[in-house]
Design a binder for this molecule. Structure first.
Ligand code: SF4
Length: 224
């Protein structure tokens, strides 16, 4: 990448184009949950945990089923374990997920009076909550600038040449240096949309990509 001001100019252009060209795409899971249930920090936290290593289409269905039984840590804990496992049955490691969700609810009650904390440090102190989930909750639930880096964000940022990193954790740190803070929350939204529809993990659709002229396609071997 070039000088910081050139990078920031490119970031701005990419955001303008992605916003304009992603309007008709199905929103990512987190946006669907917010549209349906409002910006409730607890529901956002739980749906983020359910979406880990799970396809969006599946995690949204599971979240809906779960939230039809309860909207608070107390209500989720009141669901019998057997019922909870039945709700989660279609996702991988459903028993482990049920255990995690229950222990997160218990910790929220024991340590935070049933509320979701608003700091990175406190969120990360909850067993089962990792960096990606903490950042998603900060950004989507509390509108606190945080860069939530999932596989799409990691991959697209590298293909664009904005970063040259091996892990999402490295990508988060590198992106923070070049992407202005006011873009952080939206970056996750736009790159996830783009990754699900155009810049797919394998054989991205470069021929119909609105930012192809700005992209060196680093690491892309086969595209469509
Ligand atoms: S040009 Fe290809 S690699 Fe670059 S962002 Fe678009 S789809 Fe992804």
């Amino acid at each position: 990448m070039g000088k910081p001001e050139e990078v920031q100019f490119q970031v701005k252009k990419v955001f303008v184009l992605l916003r304009k060209n992603s309007k008709t795409f199905i929103p990512p899971a987190i946006d669907q949950i917010i549209l349906e249930f409002g910006r409730d920090p607890f529901l956002i936290l739980i749906s983020c945990l359910l979406s880990l290593r799970t396809r969006d289409t599946t995690s949204v269905v599971i979240s809906r089923k779960l939230f039809s039984r309860g909207h608070t840590p107390q209500e989720i804990l009141a669901i019998p374990v057997h019922d909870l496992e039945k709700i989660f049955y279609s996702i991988g490691f459903f028993r482990a997920k049920a255990r995690t969700i229950r222990s997160v609810c218990q910790e929220l009650i024991d340590r935070f009076s049933g509320h979701v904390p608003q700091t990175e440090q406190e969120l990360l102190s909850i067993k089962g909550v990792g960096q990606k989930t903490a950042n998603a909750v900060l950004g989507y639930a509390f509108n606190i600038p945080a860069l939530c880096v999932d596989t799409h964000v990691h991959q697209i940022a590298n293909r664009l040449g904005w970063v040259q990193t091996r892990t999402p954790e490295q990508t988060e740190q590198a992106l923070k240096k070049i992407v202005p803070k006011h873009y952080w929350i939206e970056l996750n939204h736009l790159f996830v949309l783009w990754g699900q529809n155009i810049c797919t993990p394998t054989r991205p659709y470069c021929s119909r990509c609105a930012i192809a002229h700005l992209c060196p396609k680093l690491g892309v071997i086969h595209s469509r």
